[in-house]
Write a protein that binds this ligand. Structure first.
Ligand code: NAP
Length: 317
């Protein structure tokens, strides 16, 4: 059993910012990075709204945060937390593929994952025409026809990015008005390669060895028709990564962690930051801010724990 003062779970802007603050406060944090260093921002192409950077690539922003956290002494473990036990209070138990830990405090910054459409063919063609990441897979669609599903900022931003490669990008939305912001809407409308298809949902994704088409339905007329396409990029929102905390921490009806104004979850000593607890703002900068808040709260919590001599991982055997 490895004993730690503070474990941060997750390596997106929330986790990395928490690590920068915690390391600077000499809390000696261990950050367990998960299976995708940087989280969602690391697979975002251009970030234009992170203060201080006019435009920066998502992976570059992640790397800068990682280096900054490391410079102050954060240790990184490239592993995944599989199991936790928060029910007995501090020290908290965590288990990864490679190690078991005890920690005096925990910051959960596990973020959110792309939601799937849940239609026939979707799972079968992941990596063979179905994708949830334009930055990762756009290159494979040079001069091809692709569909983008969704009407939010992600669908438009990633759809615009895909026009660098694809010959045609159809943005297929289930309604006739977009959820995305004006700036992206105007940019997408001005792009000759983008076409909008309104009031339409997919019934299935079709193909043989790879995607060759979809079956689409107009939700107003009910008309169903097959379309040919080479790829389907799905951007229909996210769900919080809270599965391993089920039954141990309070969650809302959509499974986001519930925190108080100090970013503390329903268990004292366990904090949360970023999209795992934020169903509203979901921005890299708001996640970073929440990571900062969580780290400052942990610092105070650990001081209190120390002062009241309640014990911690180091004192207990
Ligand atoms: P989102 O805002 O939740 O949008 C999801 C879109 O998918 C909506 O248009 C929704 O339709 C549609 N949708 C949901 N379920 C569907 C289904 N089963 N079938 C078909 N369509 C479905 O998610 P997001 O675009 O990923 O954005 C998440 C957050 O990140 C937002 O706060 C956004 O502002 C932010 N973001 C910002 C930027 C930027 O500032 N540049 C870029 C990316 C993301 P309805 O509209 O009908 O609900």
């Amino acid at each position: 059993m490895q004993k730690e003062n503070l474990i941060i779970i997750g390596s997106g802007p929330a986790g990395l910012t928490a690590a920068i603050y915690a390391a600077r406060a000499n809390l000696n944090p261990l950050l367990i990075a998960g299976n995708q260093m940087g989280g969602q921002i690391a697979i975002t192409n251009e970030v234009e709204n992170f203060p201080g950077f006019d435009t920066i690539l998502g992976p570059e922003l992640t790397e800068k945060m990682r280096v900054q956290a490391e410079r102050f002494g954060t240790r990184f473990e490239f592993d995944e937390v599989l199991e936790v036990d928060f029910t007995k209070g501090a020290p908290f138990y965590l288990k990864t593929y490679g190690q078991e830990y005890q920690a005096n405090a925990v910051i959960i910054a596990t973020g959110a994952s792309a939601r799937r459409l849940g239609i026939p063919g979707e799972d079968d063609y992941i990596g063979r025409g179905v994708s949830y990441c334009a930055t990762c897979d756009g290159f494979f669609f040079k001069d091809k026809d692709v569909l983008v599903i969704g009407g939010g900022d992600s669908a438009l931003q990633e759809g615009i990015f895909l026009t660098k490669y694809a010959s045609k990008v159809r943005i297929v939305h289930r309604r006739d008005s977009l959820r995305a912001g004006e700036l992206l809407i105007n940019r997408a409308r001005a792009n000759d390669k983008i076409e909008f298809v309104w009031d339409t949902v997919l019934q299935s994704i079709d193909g043989e060895k790879k995607v060759t088409g979809v079956t689409a339905q107009n939700v107003r007329t009910g008309q169903v028709e097959p379309w040919q396409t080479d790829g389907v990029f799905v951007f229909v929102g996210h769900f919080p990564n809270t599965q391993i905390f089920q039954g141990q921490l309070a969650m809302d009806e959509q499974n986001f962690l519930i925190v108080d104004k100090f970013m503390q979850t329903s268990v004292a000593g366990v904090y949360a930051a970023g999209e795992v607890m934020d169903p509203i703002y979901k921005q890299a900068i708001s996640s970073a801010g929440q990571g900062c808040q969580a780290a400052i709260s942990v610092e105070r919590y650990l001081e209190m724990l120390h002062d009241s001599n309640l014990g911690g991982a180091d004192e207990r055997q």
